[in-house]
Design a binder for this molecule. Sequence first.
Ligand code: NAD
Length: 651
Amino acid sequence: MNVDDISQVTVLGAGNMGHGITEVVAIAGYDVVMRDIEQDLVDDGFESIKWSVEKLSEKGIVSEDAETVLDRIDTEVDLETAVSDADLVIEAAPEQMEIKKDIFSDLDEFTPEDAILASNTSSLSITEIATATSRPEQVVGMHFFNPPVKMDLVEVIYGAETADETAEATYEFVESIDKTPIYVRKDVNGFVVNSVLGPFSDEAAWMVSEGVADIEAVDAAMVHRRGYPMGPFELSDLTGIDIGYHVRKEAGRDIPPIVQEKVDAEDLGQKTGRGYYDYEDGGGTTYEAGQGEDVDTLRIEARIINEAARLIGNDVATAEAIDTGMRLGAGFPEGPCRRGDKIGLDTVLEKLETLHDEYDHERYEPSEHLRSLVEAGTTGEEAGEGFYDYGGDDGERHYSTIQYELSDDGLLEVTLDRPERMNALNDDLMDEVVHLLDSSDLDEVRAVTFEGAGDRAFSAGADITGFAGREPYEAAITEFFEAVAEYPRPTLARIDGFCLGGGHELALACDLRIATEDSEFGFPEINLGLLPGGGGTQRAMRMLSDARAKELVFRGEHISAERAQNWGLINRAVPESEFEETVEEFLNDLVYGAPIALQKAKRVMNVGRDQDLEAGLELESQAFGHLLATDDMQEGAAAFMEDRDPEFEGK
Ligand code: NAD
């Protein structure tokens, strides 16, 4: 089965995950049958989808009207009818091996012989599920995260017998429904995300059990100092303390005393009203910034990084897949491999060895892969190479927060790739953009575009989790905005969604801005007790009237794309349906325009803006004189005379 052959999808289960998966697949344009064991259950699932699709459509997040999407969904109770035409079945029934095996055995009987049979299991073995069929090579794991509509990640898991063709078609199918797949190449317990997440809660629980830290301090440290979206105890309360307990039990791992205590007392987290925090009388989490200053966060992170290294060493996943998985699936501020490279893998190894000496427990046993990286001297960013290549010894630098593509015609397309944080700018992202622009070959680049990954934002600002505890002198963010503003080729921001704060400043540092009508612009910094610090106050003052610029900065409110266009902040605000075409029209002029003339025009206009008229005119005339002597000018004139399109070579 090839991805192009998939048109009919069946989802089994209309529960939490089943209805969410059905919704996502229908929004992407596939015909879907959603099956559950009773009519009431499918009806409830369908109602939930209807409510959600109507909301998404109203907000413009789904471009079609709700009716059109819902028309693609059929509900069914009879299994054979539900699956007899399916190219792909995604099973989202209860998490019990016996149920899953029964279902897969039926699927073997009733589905077309080339159908892909996928399971959304979180913790069961794909290999074992596949034994219920006569075609284990067509069985694959397809692990969505909850809720599927919001969560961008899907783990594509190989069972022992899964064929590459099956996994590849599944991977491409995930891309086709606008989600991000990662390969999990072996059927290990917990797959990637839950394996790496395990030590996050586990080590925190050991630290508290041993009395070296308290619950609030650990949560405060991980959130406020290390940028995680939730503390380990807060997270356990949300997912249920019993869940982590059973996972450990089944894997035969020791239970930290604090976990045992909570389970014995049936204080299982939010669902029972009390866990590590009190959700009934206490109002939930109580930790605050500053409480975690003394917590040894490396103890937790070293174990996470070690687990990532173990997965790489065992060929379960690549560093990129793990980092993508942890960012999108668990909201980590950066992947564990990237973080390990920053900390230094020798430091991580040393920490594990010290803990191992102290506690003599296998959970601190350094993985072979981590050891071999350190032995080879590839200890991270400072060494030029670690999990990733940073361009040391002539290697090509790996970027973790941006993606780029350079076309043969010279269009450099840069994607801000932190969709899980609405593409918020952090140090890595800014550093990587500067590195990319600095290392680009100007002979090959004719124009640059910036856009945001995902469907919500161009960029929603600076990542404030990275600001905590910064010294004022460290806020050297100007270099990034200047590198964009002064890049010698025309730059264009393609804005679809939120364009706020630092993201807005990046857009203003570009030469041109085109936005979809639903985009929103603003400088919310004032509400954080800050001001736009990436040139926003100055560029806005130069582009807008004094009153409008100050309205944006002082009030911190969002303005619509239409208003932004009326104010002259952006070049065009267009409906989503005209967005690509409008951008293309602009890019045609930039990519095929005369490169030297564009470069000179950009410079003269940027520099001249801050000079008096006389000095500006002087700059212009020098540039004009220079252009008269170029081959491009000859070509432009000849093409004009011959009534053809010019072919500029930038000479
Ligand atoms: P759920 O209990 O909300 O839904 C399961 C549904 O499957 C129920 O409506 C049930 O009636 C139905 N069902 C039972 N037997 C069936 C059959 N033979 N055919 C079709 N439907 C059948 O459970 P859920 O949270 O949606 O989880 C479903 C699967 O997804 C599990 O394997 C779970 O591990 C996995 N998963 C859950 C989450 C999560 O956070 N809830 C996340 C990722 C994966």
